[in-house]
Design a protein around this ligand. Structure first.
Ligand SMILES: [Zn+2]
Length: 163
């Protein structure tokens, strides 16, 4: 598998985020407390199989997006916000949308319906596609509509998905 620490450092530098430590851990997917990215190696291997190295970058950028957007921005709006940060980062790094749709395809396979904390993967993918296309054309700013709200679910841990 790709070197997660290296991907974090490259992606954080690109986003203007603070680099996180990477720690292989007994978690279900990938999550952060804002300082360390804890990841399940098997989950990350599946992400890489579905979305390639850019798929892994998307997961990393999503977690860094939580850090940038503020860890107390929870719920669906917080997830869309992190997805938007990550999508913009991937556009700027020259990724194809297939890497992002590959990630959401895999998440959809794990749970197609979403949860209290995370919107359904299909809905996240559609929003990401819109941001991706818009960023490619105009480089527009953060969309008011998905700006963070202050609904709190768990302010301490942010996952890539419900699992
Ligand atoms: Zn998240």
């Amino acid at each position: 598998m790709a070197d997660i620490s290296k991907l974090i450092n490259e992606t954080a530098a690109h986003m203007g985020a603070t680099p996180m430590n990477a720690e292989s851990a007994d978690v279900n997917c990938a999550e952060t407390d804002g300082h360390t990215l804890f990841y399940n190696p098997s989950f990350m291997s599946q992400i890489e199989a579905a979305g390639g190295e850019d798929g892994l970058r998307f997961v990393v950028a999503h977690e860094l997006g939580h850090q940038l957007g503020g860890m107390d921005n929870g719920g669906h709006a917080g997830e869309f916000m992190a997805d938007e940060f990550a999508t913009r980062c991937l556009v700027e790094m020259g990724a194809d949308f297939e890497s992002i749709s590959g990630v959401f395809g895999m998440l959809h396979g794990m749970n197609p319906n979403g949860s209290e904390t995370h919107p359904a993967a299909g809905s996240r993918s559609s929003r990401a596609q819109t941001v991706f296309d818009s960023e490619r054309r105009h480089g527009v700013g953060i969309d008011e509509e998905i700006a963070p709200t202050h609904k709190r679910v768990n302010p301490n841990i942010k996952d890539i998905t419900y699992c």
